[in-house]
Design a protein around this ligand. Sequence first.
Ligand code: ZN
Length: 295
Amino acid sequence: MEKVLCLDIGGSSIKSGLVDINGNILQENKNIIKNESYNGFLETVEEIVNNLDEKPAGIAAALPGGYDIKEDTIFAPNLQILNGRHIKTDIEKMCGIKVLAENDANLAAYGEYVFGDKKSVQNMVFCTLGTGFGGGLILNGKLLQSNITLFEVGHLSINIQGRKCGCGRNGCLDEYCSTSGLTEIYKEITGSNSNINPYILSEKAKNNDNAAIKTFEEYGKLLAFAFANLAALFCPEKIKFGGGLSELSYYYMASLISEFESLLFPAYKGRVKIERAVLKNQAGMLGGAALYFGL
Ligand SMILES: [Zn+2]
């Protein structure tokens, strides 16, 4: 059966797997990107391809940034060695295999959709909650794509006087609904400046620490605000969220749902479901395969 090599390119490593049309993943691996250079990056890709048991029909690359499909260039704030490079053309030349490239959050959205919701849902918003806030949009059963990556949802602002974002604006969701956004809430509530991470916060909440419980409640409300904005634009049948922070949804789901219901545009009441993603960190690879196979 024909297989596509899916690459999920992160800030310091590349996850990879050979995926067939049914979404089965073989030869799953994680390789550290060599010597923090673009050549090192290409060498790492070459090594992944050379170690496969069979030659793939194609390569699908999930990229950590905005991708210009026409120019084959990327803006990757967390992996600057890729900036300005022609990643698709260079891998095709090096490996002699056709490459499909797209933004990682968009591909994760499509993976979640095709391998989870396609039968019952037409329009879906997908958000990833992690070190940043990313997303993708499925409209009428198709991933919304254009010449350049669309749906940079992390850079919608929810506070014009809010914290400064890496993009230059204030109050972006990237700063508020991400890992650092969550821990900032805790620091504001407690007035403490000590280092804390989401996992420790969840342990505290489990042990009935009031500040930690309140932190997750406030986080759920911010997320509800973001989701209500997205619902007002697209009225999707479903808003799904994945990424590292989705693993802790137990602690904020109740506040997210109740706040979302109260903020949702009245005409859309009862039409927008909120759900946690199911594919975890394989969503990007599966989305790459789904797009490659035209699913
Ligand atoms: Zn921003």
